[in-house]
Design a protein around this ligand. Structure first.
Ligand SMILES: [Zn+2]
Length: 274
């Protein structure tokens, strides 16, 4: 359970660097107090979340297709060409930036070839006591940058392991609210530093069989902590075709600043940088 605080989290003592970044991004979100009611976001036996961001470099080292033992949702993932190494490179660079700001990280897939399911990733994040999870992806199309939050009632649906039709819906209003707040902070910073609008919106999995249909990534659906799923849209490549060096630099800058701002306005990071 997260401890509540009546203080203004954005005003706590932080280093000048943290304040500079937080001040910019906090302008996009005026509801920092919403986190005070965050219920049960931790599965670490009730301990308060730590100032640790779980970083999830997108895609798996090999084709994987299993049903989640907890929710029953189908967990399909696969290698995706250039995106695999790009996502890990960007993740490691963001990890270094966050370390400079005193923010811990747990990278939940540590090599391009590692085989690790969505359930294993969220378990690693929970085990580290992370206060939020962040998926790092790239995609074709300069207008396809986005942050996907968790929302109450967001779902995936399809044929389950027993052959029946199953719908798995996100059902944790407090975590959903915090995910949307954090998504706004990160998307605001990303928009400024990447030089283009990064909207907060839902994903769509319509017509992507064998993926279950719905509107939320599986990893976000099964995470029991705030989780935000990032796409960087490339003008010339993206996804399997890879990003240019300049695009990676923009993504690293935007995501790093966004996550510093997210931490600076989160109770788990009280005192960081002070
Ligand atoms: Zn991807």
């Amino acid at each position: 359970m997260q401890s509540s605080s009546s203080g203004d989290h954005a005003r706590r003592a932080l280093s000048a660097a943290l304040v500079a970044v937080a001040g910019v991004a906090a302008g996009t979100v005026a509801t920092a107090q919403a986190q005070s009611s965050l219920p049960g976001s931790s599965v670490t036996g009730g301990a308060a979340p730590r100032c640790v961001v779980a970083l999830d470099p997108g895609h798996n080292g090999e084709d994987t297709d299993e049903f989640d033992p907890v929710t029953g949702v189908r967990m399909i993932d696969y290698p995706n060409g250039g995106e695999d190494a790009d996502a890990l490179e960007i993740t490691r660079a963001v990890e270094s930036r966050l370390a400079l700001a005193g923010i811990g990280t747990e990278v939940v897939k540590t090599s391009v070839d590692e085989d690790v399911t969505y359930r294993e990733r969220v378990d690693r994040a929970s085990g580290a006591g992370a206060f939020m999870g962040v998926s790092v992806h790239t995609t074709p199309g300069a207008d396809q940058s986005a942050v996907f939050p968790q929302r109450q009632g967001a779902y995936r649906a399809g044929t389950d392991g027993a052959g029946g039709h199953r719908t798995v819906s996100f059902d944790n209003p407090g975590v959903a609210a915090e995910s949307q707040r954090l998504s706004g902070v990160v998307a605001g910073a990303r928009s400024m530093l990447e030089g283009g609008e990064v909207p907060v919106r839902d994903n769509s999995f319509a017509g992507r069989d064998p993926l279950w249909e719905g509107n939320i990534p599986v990893i976000s659906l099964i995470a029991d902590m705030p989780w935000i799923y990032n796409e960087f849209g490339s003008a010339t490549g993206g996804g399997a075709e890879g990003l240019t060096g300049a695009e990676k630099a923009r993504y690293i800058n935007g995501l790093s600043a966004g996550l510093v701002a997210a931490a600076a306005t989160s109770p788990a990071c009280t005192g960081v940088g002070s």
